[in-house]
Design a protein around this ligand. Sequence first.
Ligand SMILES: [Zn+2]
Length: 413
Amino acid sequence: MLLERTLAGLESNLARRIKELLEGDGAKVDVQEDDGTSTLTFSYKDQAVPAATGGGVGVPTASAPSTTAWQQLIVALRASSQSPAQKIALLAQCIQESGRGSSALANRYLNFAGIKFKSRMQGYAEPVDYVASDGEDVYCKFASADAFLKGYWHFIESGPYDGWEAHKNDASGYIRHIAPKYAQNEHYRDSVIGLFDEAIDLLSLQDSPSSQGSGDGATTADANTIRLAVVVGHNSKQPGASATTPIGRSEFPFNNDVADAMVAEAGHYNIVAKRFNRVFTGSYSSEIEKVYGEVAQWNPTCAIELHFNSASPDATGTEMLYAPGSGEGRKMALELAEEVKVLLGLTLRHGDGTRPLQAGDRGHSSVVALSVPTVLVEPFFGSNKTDCIKIAACGEASLGRSYLRAVRDWGTA
Ligand SMILES: [Zn+2]
């Protein structure tokens, strides 16, 4: 865990000043207040913090991270026999743990995932002393990127992660399963899941030599391919409404799974889907502006923002929200309402399950952010037990498929 550092027990004014200072340096900083003291956690997105150990011979400095070990990892990962979901999950962990391959642990010892040495790693790795952000400890040293991959899976198989095999084709399910025992940091799960897109990009970038310089991932797709931006509602710090059992989760984690399933299956619907996550900035309008700025750069055909509703326990039904005056937005909303009706069989609210959002309505700034049709989906009420039983029976992937079918039908109508 070289990338992320924590300072606990700070007086809150001091924590605020350190936060400003670090943010000025480009760090991502989170301050938690508890009983008068503050705990500050920070990490650097594009450049790792300087390695905690002294520089060794031939070890690149943190300001010029080597891409060699990192490239070896990506090549090895692509050639490995793991499922796509396993590769995405593992690479996202490596992005987080090694600061994109820039940590000394990654460069010197090819340990990209902060794996500590245990006797069960004998034969897979050698023990080395290493000073990471959480102090000195004995870590694994691997002979090659391939040896790292073998070692990682042995570490998981032989460790306290029983049941992980059930998630071989479900990257976020896998991370949710292992996170509590893999890392002490309670934000580990959400930060790693938030890196899936980057992992997907890295894995496929190596795939297509034409992707360099073209600036447009759609060059190989035919002209009829729909580019669907999937924006996950809310963010990891403010995860939205929570759903009652048997869903038992809030909007953000639930819809991250829906989005992942959509991205994985989009190809079957002649759609290229990309997931976009909103990042907490402290200001709702800047959060929306930022994510839709990224979406616009990607040049989508259309976008949907994933939510579910919440109100009194007896409120129920499906609704799809669009920008007033957007004819195509309304058409897409109608297709979405119909497909979700087929899946869940809930009441379509407002007659046909669609509603234009007026200025001042919650979600309005999302549906008017782009120049392409954008629909904010509210497929069910998380506050309604019956709605939740129905959605739990179908699962997140089925809901994602309903959205994909609707978008395809809209695009080919
Ligand atoms: Zn919501």
